[in-house]
Design a protein around this ligand. Structure first.
Ligand code: ADP
Length: 249
């Protein structure tokens, strides 16, 4: 059960690969309606934690609670129904479809996956109205009828956000949302993430530390599969062991 403020709580989360401990005894608490970043050097176990949370991997030991419910044994496909969606793996953009068509496809998808998606709000919105709303929300209205394949990288990512939000997640897991983006797009996607987090929870793995500093309420630093430090950017960036292990002394 645990603290109602936390949308995610892991206890003793551990993952071994053939005896190699990739994630060791991680007790992660993610507070509702915050932006929480997972950082650490390559091989620290960030991706493995993501894969455990989204159920693509089964933990060797430990548990995962989502919204107070033990989801340790929940199937990956059911996590979206629980309200947890991972971008940008799940939401693929179809390049031969327009922006509008992509969002419409995404809006129709949940109905096939799980009954949980029948939320009252959805039934109030005709599909096209909701699609236009999402497109506007991510700033793609001028590109509504453009094929997704013709969009710039940053706009494609904005479209990925729209298709992810179509699933009405309570929590988004973002896997390096800024990877491959230039300054302007980083700015655009950052403000999107901030708006997303106003009434949702975001957990992200991100290498760009200025983005992490700008966006995160809480940062968990992993090294060699274990939590080295946790706190806001000021606390974490001045932590001597973090400087030594992560920033490099
Ligand atoms: P990060 O995302 O922080 O770079 P990963 O979670 O990808 O770290 O990896 C953590 C450690 O676990 C690494 O040493 C990696 O080689 C190892 N690892 C990850 N996945 C597997 C796997 N499927 N089999 C064996 N070792 C793995």
């Amino acid at each position: 059960t645990g603290d109602g403020d936390n949308i995610i709580e892991t206890r003793g989360l551990t993952k071994e690969f053939l005896g190699f401990v990739a994630v060791r005894d991680v007790n992660l608490k993610v507070k509702r309606h915050t932006i929480h970043a997972l950082i650490g050097p390559n091989g620290a176990g960030k991706t493995t934690v993501f894969n455990l949370l989204t159920k693509f991997l089964r933990p060797t030991s430990g548990s995962i609670h989502f919204n107070g419910v033990d989801v340790t044994r929940t199937a990956p496909a059911d996590m979206a129904g629980q309200g947890m969606v991972r971008s940008f793996q799940i939401s693929s953009v179809f390049s031969h479809l327009t922006v509008l068509e992509n969002v419409r496809v995404a809006l129709q998808r949940p109905l096939g996956i799980s009954f949980h998606f029948w939320k009252p709000r959805r039934t109030l919105h005709p599909l096209h109205e909701r699609a236009d709303e999402l497109i506007e929300w991510v700033g793609l209205t001028p590109y509504r009828d453009v094929n997704a394949g013709e969009l710039s990288y940053g706009r494609k990512r904005a479209l990925e956000f729209a298709t992810t939000l179509a699933l009405e997640p309570e929590m988004l897991l973002l896997d390096e949302p800024m990877a491959g983006l230039g300054h302007e797009d980083i700015h655009r996607i950052s403000s999107l993430i901030k708006r997303v987090a106003a009434n949702r929870t975001v957990l992200m793995v991100e290498h760009n530390l200025s983005v992490v500093a700008d966006l995160s309420d809480t940062i968990t630093v992993l090294t060699r599969g274990s939590v080295l430090a946790e706190g806001d950017y000021a606390a974490v960036s001045t932590n001597p062991s973090v400087r030594e292990a992560y920033i490099g002394g």
